[in-house]
Design a protein around this ligand. Structure first.
Ligand code: ADP
Length: 607
């Protein structure tokens, strides 16, 4: 085989080398989405150009003819591959089933068979003679009907690919439009070149392979330079453009690479900000720029005031965009609007404040009212005792029992009002603490003396189990006394002919005292157990009539325990008895004072 240098060989050789470079480059990056569909197109271009180069360098006509025929593999491949690329690039790869692929390949294969087999060659090219008159030999040839069919098919595919891409152009963002227009221009080049060659017959050379090289290179640029195919335009439109949340992609210099319609709406800017510094997006809120300038990762809430006087709230999440070496190449900013959530939060807070204020007002009202009620009640109690004494002295024996009833009822009412007063003071946060130092056994003696009549009334036995070293305690004596009276009062109220135990021992490890009040009475049901510390709760409404009481004693006791820094627990078995366990710190700071009102008087607690 002899070789000869012709002037046309040089540009074709350069074009071949470029094509081979793009093909290898694409092959190396074939894992990137969009690179694979480009491979067949570039392979076609390489075959076409290498064939042209070798044809230009071949000396004898037989060798030239061989390379001319060889090129046709690329000639038939390029338009088909271009069409397939346009489908895959616009997310229509599903169309390319085995059947459609087979149909697409029928024409290229038939063309090659026609060209390569001598009886059919005539159908493709009527005559083909090498013209060697000039410096660049070329084929003087007359195309047959087969060629025109092949040409029509190739044009059709090239145009179809062009139209598919052009349509995706309309659906793409500004940034992608730039890339797609490069591809479209690239795609138009071979088409024009081929028309010039085949139809206009502008010179003897076929410039189409050069043109396809431009196409392939333009597409490769679109893919690799911009990474466009990471998200193809159609998917991008669907996912990002229709997202409710704003999305902003910034490069390492804080330039806007991508901004979806939502974020443009939020910032009230147009697509023109793409490619511009992010400052243009946050232009009217300079504080945002300061807040987010150095933030590469994290979440922040921002409130933006708009020109129409409204304020909107957003949750902004920033995450870093890293390259494969973990270098920061930009930032992804997601913006989620939380205005509605904020409004709900504010109204909930307002409602909570209002409810708390109303509750405090109610408690204040109750506290005042209870106080106002107790003054006339004191007069009723006092005068009924006085009239009782006088009546006995004057011999009006008949009315004495009635007067006693008035006295007892008034006392009960006074006790109930005392409890309501205590509870409302606690809830209005107006209950004072009076911390004093006192001798524990003295307090116990006092309490025992107070409950003794009730113990005897229900034929119970009171057992005391007091540690010998109880000594001094520093806490609110009145409140502790009231807790003990309530627990012992309940224990004996719900027990008949049983035992009530009061056990007190220090717990040195925690510097507390442990008070146990146990009875062998009727016990408390499991269902009731969960409610006994809530105000106005009684196991059975008939209890009020049988035992008296208001359902406030335990509620007050438990709140008192809390105020004294301790706890209260209950254990019970229905029909077997109940145990209350109180744990209180032995020593509270002397100046501890809660609320602003006065604590319940010693007398009231005794009643
Ligand atoms: P009350 O004024 O009704 O005694 P409390 O708040 O002191 O109110 O007690 C609430 C309810 O808890 C009582 O009505 C009773 O049903 C139950 N209870 C409290 N202590 C005992 C106990 N030692 N034995 C059985 N039931 C009890």
């Amino acid at each position: 085989m002899n070789w000869i240098f012709t002037p046309i060989a040089l540009p074709v050789l350069i074009a071949s080398l470029i094509a081979i470079f793009v093909l290898v480059y694409t092959w190396q990056r074939r894992t990137m989405r969009g690179a694979r569909p480009l491979l067949p197109l570039m392979t076609g271009v390489v075959i076409w150009l290498v064939g042209s180069t070798l044809e230009a360098l071949a000396f004898d006509p037989t060798t030239r003819l061989f390379w001319s025929n060889f090129q046709f593999i690329g000639v038939v491949m390029a338009p088909t591959a271009w069409f397939m690329f346009s489908l895959m690039f616009t997310d229509r790869a599903a169309v390319l089933t085995r059947t459609t692929l087979g149909l697409l390949l029928i024409m290229p294969i038939l063309t090659l068979i026609l060209l390569w087999t001598s009886p059919w060659q005539q159908f493709f090219q009527v005559s083909k003679v090498l013209n060697t008159t000039g410096p660049n030999p070329y084929w003087d040839w007359v195309p047959g009907p087969g060629f025109w069919i092949h040409a029509a098919y190739s044009y059709l595919l090239t145009i179809a690919g062009f139209v598919i891409l052009a349509r995706s152009y309309r659906q793409s963002s500004r940034l992608h439009r730039r890339q797609i227009s490069v591809m479209l221009v690239g795609a138009a080049v071979p088409w024009i070149a081929n028309i010039l060659f085949v139809v206009v017959r502008l010179g003897p050379f076929d410039y189409t392979p050069f043109a396809f090289l431009i196409t392939g290179t333009a597409v490769a640029w679109g893919i690799f330079k911009v990474g466009l195919v990471e998200i193809t335009p159609i998917i991008r439109r669907r996912v990002i453009d229709e997202m409710q949340d704003g999305m902003l992609v910034l490069d390492e210099h804080d330039r806007v690479l991508e901004a979806n319609p939502a974020v443009l709406r939020m910032a009230q800017v147009t697509e023109d900000v793409i490619g511009q510094p992010v400052k243009q997006v946050t232009d009217r809120w300079p504080e945002l720029h300061l807040r987010f300038h150095y933030l590469t990762s994290g979440q922040e809430e921002v409130s933006l005031a708009y020109d129409d006087g409204t304020t909107r709230h957003y949750q902004v999440s920033v995450s870093p965009l890293l390259d494969k070496n973990d270098h920061l190449t930009g930032r992804l900013v997601m913006v989620h609007e939380i205005t509605r959530l904020k409004q709900i939060e504010t109204s909930l807070m307002e409602a909570k404040d209002a409810a708390e204020a109303a509750s405090r007002a109610k408690s204040t009202f109750l506290a005042t009212m209870s106080h106002e009620l107790r003054t006339p009640l004191a007069a009723i109690i006092g005068y009924s005792e006085l009239i009782q004494e006088r009546s006995e002295a004057l011999g009006y024996e008949k009315i004495v029992p009635h007067l006693k009833q008035i006295g007892t009822a008034a006392q009960g009412l006074n006790f109930l009002i005392g409890n309501i007063l205590d509870l409302s003071k606690i809830e209005a946060e107006r209950m004072d603490m009076m911390v004093t130092e006192f001798v524990v056994p003295d307090l116990i003696e006092e309490v025992v003396n107070s409950v003794q009549p009730q113990i005897a009334k229900n034929s119970n036995v009171l057992e005391l189990d007091l540690a010998p070293d109880l000594g001094l305690m520093q806490t609110d004596r009145t409140k502790l006394r009231q807790i003990l009276l309530n627990l012992l009062g309940n224990a004996t109220k719900f027990t008949y002919e049983g035992t009530v135990l009061l056990a007190i021992r220090p717990d040195c490890a925690t510097d507390c005292i442990l008070i146990t009040v146990r009875d062998t009475g009727e016990g408390i049901s499991d269902e009731m157990m969960g409610k006994i510390f809530q105000p106005f709760t009684q196991a059975d409404s008939s209890i009020t009539r049988v035992h008296g009481g208001s359902g406030l004693g335990l509620a007050i006791s438990s709140r008192f325990c809390q105020m004294l820094g301790g706890t209260i627990e209950a254990e019970s078995r229905l029909g077997e008895g109940t145990t209350f366990l109180v744990r209180l710190p032995v020593q509270l700071p002397l100046t501890q004072l809660i609320g602003s009102g006065n604590g319940r008087s010693e007398e009231a607690a005794q009643q």
